[in-house]
Design a protein around this ligand. Structure first.
Ligand SMILES: Nc1ncnc2c1ncn2[C@@H]1O[C@H](COP(=O)(O)OP(=O)(O)OP(=O)(O)O)[C@@H](O)[C@H]1O
Ligand code: SF4
Ligand SMILES: [Mg+2]
Length: 312
């Protein structure tokens, strides 16, 4: 049984359909990379799982093992799940940490809230977590304020806070984009090593396709709020069927950069979105039917799926 099963998740804000029938599964212990250009809906998926989307209109279901459909839970039940079973690392650690409290106060309070430990045990657990995320001299660092730490160190503290309760599922939303490239790779590897060591699953929003291919089990490619291709990393990247996945891959290869460089053209605005395949305005393989009918997700092999009327 899957740890998480998202089915036909649709999110609307005003007249804009931000996510359109997104389905994805995460097995226990699996690491899933979410990739796609800016605005594709990656953060919206992560935030919807945490049920922190505010006034957006949401339909579909997000089933978590032993908890049922998160969208149907009462808020107090959701509060209990956040931190304990689901945890999120946000993009900007500097903004996510409270400047008025020491790192130790914030980490100890996360440990106490989620694990119900007394002060002394919580402190010992905080020191242990700081060590696990590679922070030297953890006792001294616990009494530092966030601004006294480097960006990479702050991000490590965020990882420690997110791991404080040994969650079943960690959501990491481009947690390293504010850091320099070497530190980025270190933090990504740290998060993956720590989630693996705990047998936790991870949904990783990544802009680095090469890193996704080395470090994750599965990949979900999003375009304009729709899943266009998903499955085991090797199947999707070595045998991409969707023209958008191909373009993403060739951008990485041609330019010789690891980052996710956008293919030519831009994503249409929500007012101008084609009724059929949302990629039709940029697709070299588009046919008449592509403009009118949205292609369903089809199975290529095993759990490798793609949505295209005229696949590669
Ligand atoms: N609070 C909001 N109010 C209105 N529109 C929003 C809001 N948050 C996101 N959107 C819109 O939803 C769409 C998806 O945004 P989202 O932040 O999920 O994309 P993303 O894939 O995470 O992009 P990025 O790579 O830039 O972080 C975008 O069109 C964005 O403009
Ligand atoms: S459905 Fe048509 S427009 Fe969409 S990706 Fe496939 S070929 Fe291109
Ligand atoms: Mg985002």
């Amino acid at each position: 049984m899957n740890l998480l099963s998202i089915d036909a998740l649709t999110v609307d804000r005003g007249t804009a359909r931000i996510l359109d029938r997104v389905s994805l599964d995460v097995a226990r212990g699996e690491t899933v990379a979410l990739v796609g250009e800016s605005g594709a809906g990656k953060s919206t998926i992560a935030t919807a799982i945490m049920r922190l989307l505010g006034d957006a209109r949401i339909s579909g279901s997000i089933a978590l093992a032993d908890a049922g459909d998160l969208l149907a839970l009462r808020e107090p039940d959701m509060v209990r799940l956040r931190g304990r079973r689901l945890s999120m690392i946000f993009q900007d650690a500097g903004a996510a940490l409270n400047p008025a409290y020491t790192v130790g106060a914030q980490l100890v309070s996360a440990v106490r809230r989620n694990l119900g430990l007394g002060k002394r045990d919580a402190h010992a657990r905080a020191v242990e977590l700081m060590t696990q995320v590679g922070i030297n001299d953890p006792e001294a660092r616990l009494s530092a304020y966030p601004h006294q730490l480097s960006g990479g160190m702050q991000q490590r503290v965020m990882v420690a806070i997110a791991l404080a309760a040994d969650p079943d599922l960690l959501l990491a939303d481009e947690p390293t984009s504010a850091l320099d490239v070497t530190i980025q790779a270190q933090i990504v590897r740290l998060i993956l090593a720590q989630t693996r060591a705990r047998g936790a699953a991870c949904i990783f929003v990544l802009h680095d396709l090469a890193l996704a291919s080395q470090a994750c089990d599965s990949v979900v490619v999003l375009y304009a709020g729709q899943v266009v291709e998903s499955g085991p990393v090797r199947d999707v990247l070595d045998n991409a069927r969707h023209p958008y996945t191909r373009q993403l891959k060739s951008c990485v290869l041609e330019i010789g950069r690891d980052d996710l460089v956008a293919p030519e053209g831009t994503v249409p605005s929500h007012e101008d979105m084609p009724a059929g395949c949302r990629f039709a305005t940029r697709c070299p393989r588009a046919q008449d039917r592509c403009w009118a009918d949205a292609p369903p997700l089809e199975t290529a092999r095993g759990s490798h799926r793609f949505a295209c009327w005229n696949p590669e």
